[in-house]
Each structure stands twice: as C-alpha cells, then as structure tokens.
Ligand binder design. Structure first.
Ligand code: ATP
Ligand code: MG
Length: 440
C-alpha cells in the first residue's frame, strides 16, 4: 500500500484531550477519530490492527473448541425481563424504542440472547459441551468514558458462553477458556496475569480477570514476580484432556495475584519482598462461571443420560479487542512512537523512499514492494514527496516493525538500510537480499 493512496491522517501534535500515551499516539498516528464521547471511528491503520487482534482471538477460541456465531447488537427488552436484568442493569444500558413503541436496547452483553438460542435448539446432554462465541460491538453508557478506546461506550468484545450438564463439566469449560486466554495474550505480545476476581453471590473460585501491568492502568494490582516469567501453554495443548487443563490452571493460580477488590495484605506480605509486585494494571479479559443464573429462570435445560432434566451450567468469557489496541500501545511504545509487536502490526514493513521522483530509488522501491508482496509480507510504502526527516519520524510514530530505507547514495552501491523499530538496530543490506533477510 502506498502512503499517498491510503488514508493515514498523521497529526503533528497530540490533541489536548488525550491524557494517556496510547490515546495520544493512536490519535497522532491517525488510527481513530472520536465521534462522540466514548464513540470512535476506526481509520485504516487502526482498523488493520483491530482486525489482526480479532483474528488471533478467533484462532485461539476456535483451537479451544469454541464455535463462532454472530448475534445482533440490538436486543429486545422482553428477553432481559426473563432474567430480571432489564430493571437491574441501570443507566449503563442504552434503551431504545422502535416505531411500534417496542422496547429495545443496544446490547451491553449477550447472556440472555445466547441462552435463548441454546434453549431453542439444545435438548440433550449429547449436544454438550457447547461454547458459543461472537465478536460484536457492545454499548455501555459508562459514567466516565475516557482514555480513548481503552474505556469507550461503544467497544468491540469477544464474548463466549459455555453450556454444560453439571459443575464439573463447567469447570473444564472454564479451564479451556483460561488456557485459551493465556495463549491469546501471549500471541498479542502481552504478559497478562490471571487474577482472582469477585464471584459475588455465585461464590467459588471460578472468576479471573486477565491483567497486564501498565502505569496508566485503572486497577491497582498485586502479584508474585514469577508470573512474569511463566511459559505460555503450547499450541498443541490438548483441550480434550480435563486433567492436563486443570494442571495448567493450577500452575497459573499457584502464586499470589489479586486486584485491589480481592487483595489480602497479610497473604501478600508473606511473599518474599523481592518477589512482590504492586503495580497498576489494565483488565483485558474476564472469565467467570455463574452456574444456572440465566438457564434456570429462562428454562434452558436438557435431558441427562437417565432422562432426568438439568438446568444448564454456564460461564461467560470476555476479551476486549478494541481496548487491547490501546493496551498494546501502553505496553509497547517509546519517545518516538508506537512499537507494534510483529503479530498485530498494521503492516510488516515500512518502505521509505528518501528521494521520491528519482528514477533509481523509485525503481528500487517498486521492486522491493513487489518482492515483499510476493513473499506474503505487507508493505506500507512512503512515496510522499517529503524530506527524509519527516519520513523517518512518521515511520517511527506508526511503529511498523521493520523499516527499509532506500536512499540514492547507498543505492548507488546496490545497498539499502534495514532498521528494526523495536531496538533501533540498523544494518546495510544488498538490495537483492533484503526480502530474503526478512523472510528467513
Ligand atoms: P471494567 O471493569 O474495565 O469496566 P468489565 O468488568 O465491565 O470491565 P466485562 O464485562 O468483564 O468488563 O467485559 C469483558 C471485557 O470487555 C473486559 O475485560 C474489557 O477487555 C472489555 N471492556 C469492558 N468494558 C469496556 C469498555 N468500556 N471499553 C472497552 N473495552 C471494555
Ligand atoms: Mg465495566
């Protein structure tokens, strides 16, 4: 893609309303535009990152056995009356009336709707276990939308819902999501730590928030340092083996980790002082088991092996892809701009032509662009008529992992410069080798 043909409205300075670095950088890099409080348009660069995050989330949900569907954003109030949540939800719910005076709402979450789908079609224990997920926009009329897409009112969520015959089955379903989340966040280049969360009236230990450490996080968190060095479960983990899943979850819950709501100072202080981390954190995912809270009032039940009826045991599992875009920027940036992890970068390579209009540099850039394309790497080609300093600054700001710099002097010797954005390391590479160098 050529910079002159796409749409990346770079800003020289961060607008004053942006308080945290991710919001500033996302605005400066032309990724998003605010349309109303907590409501954003996604511009091409931002959308590419959002889509890549979504795809990683999807792949790990699928790997764990969850099945993708797509439920609507607009829901009927009647469905929410069945669970009793229509009145209980309060002002965070955006309520709408249609032309026939029917009460509708913009979904803040989908427990009721997915329970309705399952009660209509799932009648036997043989249809279980089942985990249905979707990746869909939500609306919550947050009291204080802030920090850009970090806390929006309209935001993208992956929400999965598991259905099992009994609590033991639900625990395995929970563990599958727990492990899938560890893999998802690691693939996004993040160290997310599962922390015990409040289970409210449901009780038990099946609720965890996945938190990444960041100075601007809204939560206060406490954990054991060793979590930061734990290995991610491998891609071939057997999601059909309950004991193996339980062993992984046991390991990842063996050390202290809690947000301020669940914090227990004496237990934390029993951890060696050098191993204690107290920091701020961003919640990027939340999983919890809530038993028959929705299935019982809504009549979602199935016949067991002996013909007896069971209310379904459910859990729900959320990840915020739009919040993650900002969270990744919080975790990965420097003074010059964003430093995208390879897995979510909007493009693989930024190609800088230092003298647009020069026959030799133009030809070399076009050749490099073609060859990277053929090798399956995406390129953002800065073909603007702009001085080199401006091109370097833009490339650093938007944070594409590799920069290939084509200038007339080195090109005369058959060379281009390759720069790794994250480390700033540069090397001079023969024009004919640059594609092989990045693909090997
Ligand atoms: P928070 O405590 O941050 O308000 P929550 O507990 O309301 O989050 P859940 O209902 O568990 O969040 O939603 C699942 C995920 O959706 C969260 O972990 C987060 O990644 C994302 N999310 C929730 N609210 C927002 C929001 N206002 N803007 C962006 N993402 C959000
Ligand atoms: Mg919330």
């Amino acid at each position: 893609m050529r910079l002159t043909r796409t749409f990346i409205p770079i800003l020289r300075e961060a607008p004053r309303e942006a308080e945290i670095v991710s919001h500033k950088l996302m605005l400066r890099a032309g990724m998003i535009r605010q349309q109303a409080a907590g409501i954003y348009s996604w511009l091409p660069l931002g959308l590419r990152v959002l889509r890549r995050i979504e795809q990683i989330v999807r792949e790990e949900q699928d790997r764990s056995g969850a099945v993708e569907i797509l439920m609507p954003t607009i829901q009927s109030a009647d469905l929410w009356r069945e669970s009793g949540r229509y009145e209980a939800y309060g002002k965070e719910m955006l309520r709408i009336t249609d032309r026939h005076e029917r009460e509708m709402l913009f979904g803040p979450t989908n427990e009721e709707m997915v329970t309705d789908i399952v009660r209509a079609h799932v009648k036997s224990y043989r249809d279980l276990p089942l985990n249905l997920y979707h990746i869909q926009w939500k609306f919550r009329d947050e009291v204080r939308p802030r920090f850009g897409v970090m806390r929006g009112r309209e935001f993208l969520m992956k929400d999965a819902y598991s259905f099992d015959l009994d609590e033991a089955g639900a625990r395995t379903a929970y563990n599958r999501m727990f492990v899938a989340y560890l893999r998802t966040f690691a693939r996004l280049g993040l160290k997310a730590i599962p922390m015990r969360a409040d289970t409210g009236p449901i009780g038990g230990d099946l609720s965890h928030e996945f938190i990444i450490l960041a100075a601007t996080g809204e939560s206060e968190v406490f954990c054991h340092r060793d979590y930061l060095a734990f290995d991610t479960p491998p891609a071939d983990v057997d999601f059909g083996d309950p004991a193996a899943l339980q062993a992984l979850v046991d390991r990842w819950t063996s050390l202290y980790a809690a947000t301020s709501e669940m914090h227990d100072a004496p237990t934390f202080e029993a951890v060696a002082e050098t191993d204690r981390v107290s920091a701020r954190g961003i919640e990027v995912g939340h999983i919890f088991y809530f038993g028959t809270k929705y299935s019982a009032p809504m009549g979602a039940r199935v016949a067991g092996p002996g013909g007896e009826m069971h209310d379904l045991h459910m859990g729900s599992y959320g990840i915020g892809p739009s919040r993650l875009v900002a969270a990744i920027v919080e975790a990965s940036h420097d003074e010059a701009g964003i430093v995208w992890p390879d897995s979510v970068a909007p493009y693989d390579v930024a190609l800088l032509n230092l003298r647009t209009g020069d026959a030799a540099t133009d030809a070399a850039c076009e050749q490099i662009e073609r060859e990277f394309g053929a090798a399956g790497l995406s390129v953002l080609y800065d073909d603007r008529d702009e001085r080199p300093g401006g091109k370097f600054a833009t490339a650093d700001l938007i944070g594409i992992p590799w920069q290939v710099v084509v200038g007339p002097k080195s090109l005369a010797e058959g060379k281009v410069e390759l720069k790794r954005r994250a480390t700033g390391e540069r090397e001079s590479v023969a024009l004919s080798d640059v594609v092989v160098r990045l693909c090997s």
